[in-house]
Design a protein around this ligand. Sequence first.
Ligand SMILES: Cc1cc2nc3c(=O)[nH]c(=O)nc-3n(C[C@H](O)[C@H](O)[C@H](O)COP(=O)(O)OP(=O)(O)OC[C@H]3O[C@@H](n4cnc5c(N)ncnc54)[C@H](O)[C@@H]3O)c2cc1C
Length: 388
Amino acid sequence: MLGTLLARAGVDVLVLEKHRDFLRDFRGDTVHPSTMEVIHELGWLDAFLARPHQELRQLAGRIGDEHVTLADFSHLPVACPFIAMMPQWDFLDFLVSQARRYPGFHLLMNAEVTDLIEDHGRVTGVAVQTADGPSNVEAALVVAADGRGSMLRDKAGLEVIDLGAPMDVLWMRLPKHAGDPSDVLGNIRNGHIFVTIDRGDYWQCGFVIAKGGYDELRQEGIESLRQTIAGIVPFLADRVAELRDWDAIRLLRVEVNRLREWARDGLLCIGDAAHAMSPVGGVGINLAIQDAVAAANILAQPLRDGRVDLPVLRRVQARRQFATRATQRLQVLLQERVIGRTLRGGSPTALPLVARLLNQHPVLRRLPARMVGMGFRPEHVETPDILA
Ligand SMILES: Cc1cc2nc3c(=O)[nH]c(=O)nc-3n(C[C@H](O)[C@H](O)[C@H](O)COP(=O)(O)OP(=O)(O)OC[C@H]3O[C@@H](n4cnc5c(N)ncnc54)[C@H](O)[C@@H]3O)c2cc1C
């Protein structure tokens, strides 16, 4: 997104992606109203909505046998008052298709960054391994948007503050049948949490497990896992046999952390590289997009002028730090109060009271919708379009 916005503003950009395509481990599909508002401001909304997606206007769940509606996006004052469920590779392909219209945009797939290049303490480029062999790329600015496992932030020696997470997630697919409920996302029952995401013709499922509990689950065997899932979400009981073995299941480790400093001279971290987000609320993609918009707003002109010094880079952190911290604080609270307690076998105490209120008073559902859908401090595109 940052590459797209900078190229749109007339800056030369090279995006390096280590994979040959954008297919990767499942990391969520949620494109939130705040992100679609940005796409709307860019004038690309029709093209975006023409891509296959599902529209989620409410967030609902099941606690035991009780159906609860937790958030209602339909009242948000935005172009798209819903969450668009769109696979990440489609969303990234969409961004690239827009970016390619700008002469300054260059994307190199199959290009793995292996090191930082420095000169007297300033980052001046990266070493990259491509299909044609190793090479070096020099740049006025290196942006580390390499995700939660960011190698660049490690190489830069930036300090990570770990906030911890009590859970990991097992991801799997199960078939969808006609007549399946369509609006339920989270299921809490028997001390377990199971998420069902409607992907049109199948369910993308997330089984939340206690951190480090994967080996024990495997020892208990796949049949035990099938029974557990059927116990949490009864309508899936007739198809859990489709989980033939552990190859059908991926373990995704949850981390919540952030950098004390997002920048060094010549280098800026954004997105998960600056702050790995918990899956709680499905906000990580959207926060990364907001970082990109803020970074483009702050950096486009200095980049065009060839003056990107450390104080300018620090302005990006100053702009995005509050939203990041506030979101992580809420995520950690929910992780501890609801997820951690549920997984330890206790009943969630905070949620039922809140859930009851939200269920009884639809107007209250607008608040969580605003927090999840728009987040703290939504950004607006301020950069110019050289083609306009
Ligand atoms: C289990 C799980 C579920 C989640 N569910 C959701 C959800 O539903 N909704 C949501 O909004 N967020 C969700 N998140 C969080 C979300 O995935 C991240 O916050 C978001 O993807 C961050 O975007 P990013 O661009 O910073 O990093 P990433 O999306 O991780 O992208 C980093 C990119 O850098 C590339 N890369 C890495 N290293 C190198 C290298 N050395 N050289 C070149 N390229 C490299 C990677 O291949 C990748 O394409 C979830 C996270 C987890 C763990």
